[in-house]
Write a new protein. Structure first.
Ligand code: AMP
Ligand code: GLY
Length: 422
């Protein structure tokens, strides 16, 4: 197939790698892609992936069999819609269904209609309204801005004044939700969705905070591992429960409302003592979870992307996954997730990629005039390792990270530590 992948990051690098690993020998273009994706021999044309008209024209000109939309921004901008109108198979929801990620209030309403278990939430429009609601819920307080906020919209704090400040900061830009605090382990579980049916991938856990021990501010994700052997009842029973209580009811509700969800349904879950609860939906593959889920996928990715895009998932069994343990450790620039220092030299990539079981996925890299690698953004790259168990995968990933040189570079040292000990 001739496949266009849209997006610039490590998630897209992971998608491209999975497609390249198939025997079918696809022709893959990734726009805008990045220097790591280009180094795979993939064409990375300059294209504004968030511009529906520019993308539609490019796709029409070049004649792709399938378009895969990576990040949330083009989804929420409605890039899928004109493609679908022109009859091009596209993996990614249109603007209306992407509201499942783009608006937390929309997601809450869909969950309420569909009977999907989630935290209780109350909408407020200013700090005065928020005060009594915070007191009713009690600490720790969970305050969420309604729209896309690049990971900065959610505050979990025991500081009542900080919670009120967060409301005051975000309320002028739309609604704010105050939500019940849910205590437990977080799980990311993805589903291919074709508007009616879903097929589950294997669960993963990501590490959102910048520092070891889940300290410091939230980031885009500093690492992840898959699968999750500690899930109550085991992976299979957990996946089947979430399919029946979360993914299918959500997809059916969206279909009933005339906004079918076609693409990747990301269920962000917390396993509480009282059962599984949804904390968020995303309308796309998670980053960095995708970097550990796709290397374990033993079925061809393109088959499921195309089946979802063309409404034929029912004809396919659930995809299969290897028993390998997978770990990704993200290397970030100095200052991330705040103001980052960029343009610094990045060394040791070949040695890192040569560690057995390891490959690198690039997020923000470039090559200078001499062809040397430099870091160009916050999250720079990830070292992904597969192993027979988490001990092996983890030590391989950290061996690779140890070979990478980046002045001021940061990484967490506790990714998958607990699961490796267990
Ligand atoms: P979200 O953008 O909704 O995924 O929220 C970002 C992070 O905030 C999540 O990954 C959780 O760690 C945390 N969080 C969100 N909602 C809750 C909640 N109701 N209870 C506890 N933690 C939460
Ligand atoms: N890893 C969290 C996300 O992709 O939203």
């Amino acid at each position: 197939m001739k496949i266009l992948v849209l997006g610039p990051g490590a998630r897209e690098h992971a998608i491209v790698k999975a497609l390249l690993s198939e025997e079918a020998g696809h022709e893959i273009v990734c726009a805008p892609g990045n220097a790591g994706i280009a180094a795979e021999g993939v064409e990375t044309p300059r294209l504004d992936a968030n511009d529906p008209t520019a993308v539609a024209n490019f796709v029409q000109e070049r004649g792709f069999d399938l378009v895969v939309i990576g990040p949330e921004a083009p989804l929420v901008a409605g890039v899928a819609d004109p493609l679908r109108e022109r009859g091009i198979p596209v993996f990614g929801p249109g603007r209306a269904a992407a509201q499942l990620e783009g608006s937390k209030a929309f997601a809450k309403r869909i969950m309420a209609e569909a009977g999907v278990p989630t935290g209780r939430a109350v909408r407020v429009s200013n700090a005065e309204e928020a005060g009594p609601v915070l007191d009713e819920f009690g600490a720790p307080y969970v305050v969420k801005a309604d729209g896309l906020a690049a990971g900065k919209g959610v505050l979990v704090t025991s500081d009542r004044d900080a919670a009120l400040d967060h409301v005051a900061t975000w309320a002028p830009q739309g609604e704010v939700l105050i939500e019940e605090f849910l205590d437990g382990q977080e799980v990311s579980l993805f589903f291919f969705a074709d508007g009616h049916d879903v097929r589950p991938l294997s669960p993963a856990q990501d590490y959102k905070r910048i520092f070891d021990g889940d300290e410091g501010p939230n980031t885009g994700g500093m690492g992840a591992y898959s699968p999750l052997p500690w899930l109550p009842g085991g992976v299979e029973a957990f996946v089947s429960e979430v399919t029946d209580t979360v993914a299918l009811p959500t997809v059916r509700q969206l279909a009933a409302e005339g906004t079918p969800f076609i693409g990747l349904l990301y269920c962000g879950l917390i396993v509480t003592e009282r059962g599984v609860r949804v904390i968020e939906f995303n309308a796309r593959f998670g980053d960095p979870e995708t970097q550990v889920v796709l290397p374990r996928l033993a079925s061809p990715l393109s088959t499921y992307l195309l089946a979802a895009a063309s409404g034929t998932l029912a004809a396919h069994p659930a995809p299969e996954f290897s028993d390998d343990a997978a770990v990704v450790v993200v290397v970030a620039s100095e200052g991330y997730p705040g103001e980052v220092a960029t343009g610094r030299e990045l060394t040791g990539l070949d040695a890192a990629a040569a560690v057995p079981g390891v490959h690198l996925v690039h997020a923000a890299t470039a090559r200078d005039a001499q062809g040397e690698w430099i870091a160009t953004g916050g999250r720079v790259l990830g070292a992904v390792a597969l192993g027979a168990d988490f001990g092996e995968a983890r030590s391989r990933a950290y061996r690779a990270v140890g070979l990478i040189g980046l002045e001021g570079g940061q990484h967490r040292s506790d990714i998958a530590a607990r699961v490796a000990e267990a």
